[in-house]
Design a protein around this ligand. Structure first.
Ligand SMILES: C[S@@+](CC[C@H](N)C(=O)[O-])C[C@H]1O[C@@H](n2cnc3c(N)ncnc32)[C@H](O)[C@@H]1O
Length: 234
């Protein structure tokens, strides 16, 4: 049985909105970054519009040829912003670290699995597809592993570190301890899920790091956009 005419009209309207109006609106609002903000909008994930804009602008403003590290990429919603900002500037390396198996802290896993079930392809393939669709394959190096695994042997100085992987207090702290020492003086750290709010048990790892560690004398210019905290390393 075919779709009712109303459904066809509704679907057509949604497509026009998604593929034409949204990119146009974002371009008008955010300039060149709008293109990647629009791509990011179609990808499932957890970053919201204000956070996305702030993250993309922070990465866009880095000095030439920066190293950007994201821990916790899922299917690329925020990675598209990081890599898109660097493509516009014409330099940089973006490392995306994620086991791509929907694992993580106990609270988050059911949410990851619910999204993962929408497609019958592995998450790393879905991630690569989203990055390719945005024309960013050459700008991203994916590491299929946990932050802790990659962190053990990491040695490259980092210009911007974005932490959005394991949200448990232990997992988030371990990842932070591995990578934060590699952030350059004057470089940036960004942590998601850090707003002042009630947290479900075991889901406040990044919030705790902000309370305990993201402050003077180690960090300066600390600010928050919705759930995302930004800071410069002293
Ligand atoms: C909140 S999602 C990331 C969302 C993504 N940044 C976005 O904007 O859509 C967290 C991701 O981190 C992954 N993850 C969980 N534990 C991790 C760890 N120890 N190291 C790296 N990634 C981890 C999860 O499997 C999931 O894909």
């Amino acid at each position: 049985m075919g779709l009712a005419p109303e459904s066809l009209v509704k679907r057509a309207k949604r497509r026009i909105r998604s593929y034409t109006i949204l990119p146009l609106t974002y371009r008008l609002k955010y300039g060149d970054l709008g293109k990647y903000l629009a791509y990011s909008c179609y990808i499932p994930g957890w970053v919201q519009e204000n956070e996305s804009v702030a993250l993309a602008q922070a990465v866009y403003s880095l000095p030439p040829n920066p190293v950007v590290v994201e821990v916790g990429s899922f299917v690329g919603k925020s990675a598209v912003l990081l890599a898109g900002a660097r493509k516009l500037q014409g330099s940089g390396h973006v490392h995306c670290i994620d086991p791509f198996d929907a694992s993580g802290d106990e609270f988050s896993v059911p949410f990851y699995l619910r999204v993962a079930k929408r497609r019958r392809i592995p998450l790393d393939q879905w991630f690569a597809e989203n990055i390719a669709r945005a024309g960013l394959t050459d700008w991203v190096k994916a590491h299929k592993a946990t932050g802790q695994e990659v962190g053990k042997t990491w040695s490259t100085p980092i210009d911007l570190l974005y932490l959005d992987g394991d949200q448990s207090p232990v997992g988030a702290r371990e990842t932070y301890e591995f990578f934060a020492p590699h952030v350059k003086s004057g470089g940036m750290i960004v942590l998601h899920n850090t707003a002042e709010r009630e947290y479900d048990p075991g889901h406040d790892g990044h919030y705790r790091i902000c309370q305990e560690s993201i402050r003077q004398p180690d960090y300066t210019d600390v600010y928050r956009v919705d759930m995302m905290t930004f800071a410069h390393k002293v």
